[in-house]
Design a protein around this ligand. Structure first.
Ligand SMILES: [Zn+2]
Length: 438
């Protein structure tokens, strides 16, 4: 039985116009493409430009303006009453695996190749929804994400450019301990548990050796877990610091899954790059983040609280965990409002897989409903997210010399933020993957 979500996403794919081989040839041969639309939001927070034209050569943005010369032989793509935006960035996805299988069951009900194939499907849906960059927060089977990233980079499957975690680091019995079987059952392929500073250091080294781009560590319990509660800190301050020290030696960042206030604060003090979810963000945590002065960022995932409890047949989440989400929802919203009121820069993430893939942009509407300005929400998912992952020289804004990751939506997202849920044009690296606006 196919879920409604799956049927909808397959319909979406069949409506899309995918230009793979010829477009790839264009991108490498420096063909000039001129994009034209009613307006452009460049991702930096500057007011929208109207009308707007962008000149793309190969994989780069060359020129942006209201009226550009169209050179002979250039390809003109006129998108009409649309808004051009930078490709969106999601800092918290789980692209590998089948979203209908609960992650704790994946080790008994799935296999690494199956999860990789579903990963290819999810990556394509995510790209076509306008997300051209994803920081992926970890697979059920270690390093399946590394192979998905590689397949995308090699052009074997379409998907966002990815930063991957490899095997997230968790304490025994903590939120990331998926091996909750009988004591007598083991899954030898999965070795992501680390206890004590020495084991955490070794886990960081093993991940980076095996191709991870950053370290994901679970510092508190989770909503979608049977283990220690989301409010509880599961790693000691010393263990979290060990992860950060070792990752920094390799020039890499640490992303911390954290719900409870004490875990959030321990992670900020240890110098992680992001505190993800951040449900119980309190005044002290906000002031620590302000003092961290754009070195540590809060990345909420607000649509999850609602999506976890959705009633479609494909949702594998059991009642006990839905109840955890209901308990924590108002607290998570209050944390976000606290961060907004303090003027904190807030990163953008969704936890896609917990929410259906391709619905990443639903996070925008919740943030705006909770009081964020539409432009600030767009900056969060573009230039701010690029700054957080250290890719501000490559992606996150429509500025000359950046990679040509450009999307378009019909209408104006500053008037109706849900326009971002209806992406109609997607270019990544100068290659057009979706073009149903013309
Ligand atoms: Zn997650």
């Amino acid at each position: 039985m196919m879920s409604g979500v799956l049927q909808r996403s397959m319909l979406l794919l069949s409506l899309c116009f995918i230009l793979a081989p010829s477009a790839i040839a264009d991108a490498t041969s420096s063909q000039v493409t001129i994009l034209k639309a009613a307006r452009l939001i460049d991702g930096t927070g500057a007011p929208a430009l109207s009308p707007a034209m962008v000149r793309v050569e190969g994989d780069r943005i060359i020129e942006v303006g209201s009226r550009l010369r169209i050179p002979a032989g250039a390809r003109l793509i006129d998108l009409g009453d649309a808004t051009l935006l930078p490709g969106l960035i999601d800092l918290h996805t789980h692209l590998t695996g089948d979203e209908r299988v609960h992650w704790e069951d994946a080790l008994t009900k799935s296999t690494p190749p199956r999860d990789a194939l579903w990963g290819a499907r999810n990556a394509r849906i995510t790209l076509l929804a306008g997300f051209t960059t994803c920081r992926d927060m970890g697979p059920a089977w270690p390093y399946v994400d590394v192979e998905l990233r590689r397949a995308i980079d090699e052009g074997a499957v379409p998907g966002p450019r990815m930063l991957v975690a490899g095997a997230y680091v968790s304490s025994t019995g903590g939120a990331g301990d998926a091996r909750q079987f009988s004591t007598y059952v083991d899954v030898p392929a999965v070795r992501n548990l680390a206890d004590g500073a020495n084991e955490v250091t070794k886990a960081v080294r093993t991940n980076l050796k095996n191709g991870a781009d950053f370290i994901k560590i679970l510092v508190t319990g989770a909503v979608l877990s049977k283990g220690i509660s989301p409010g509880a800190q599961q790693y000691s301050d010393e263990e979290i610091r060990a992860a950060v020290v070792e990752a920094h030696r390799w020039g890499k960042q640490v992303a911390a899954h954290a719900h409870g206030a004490e875990g959030i604060k321990a992670a900020i003090r240890a110098g992680v790059r992001t505190v993800d979810h951040g449900s119980y963000l309190d005044d002290e945590a906000v002031s620590l983040l302000l003092h961290a002065n754009r070195q540590v960022f809060y990345v909420p995932t607000l649509y999850t609280y609602e999506a976890i409890d959705r009633s479609d047949a494909g949702n594998p989440i059991p009642e006990s965990e839905r109840q955890r989400a209901r308990d924590i929802r108002a607290i998570g919203y209050a944390g976000f409002k606290r961060a907004l009121a303090a003027g904190l820069p807030i990163g953008f993430g969704t936890d896609a897989q917990v929410i259906p893939h391709g619905q990443n942009a639903k996070e925008f509407a919740i943030r705006v409903k909770l009081g964020e300005a539409p432009m600030a929400a767009i900056v969060s998912a573009t230039s701010l997210n690029a700054e957080i992952i250290g890719w501000q020289d490559r992606v996150g804004s429509i500025i000359p010399k950046k990679l040509a990751d450009i999307i378009a939506v019909s209408g104006d997202p500053l008037r109706d933020i849900t326009a971002l849920e209806r992406v109609r044009f997607v270019m990544k690296d100068g290659v057009v993957y979706r073009e149903d606006l013309r």
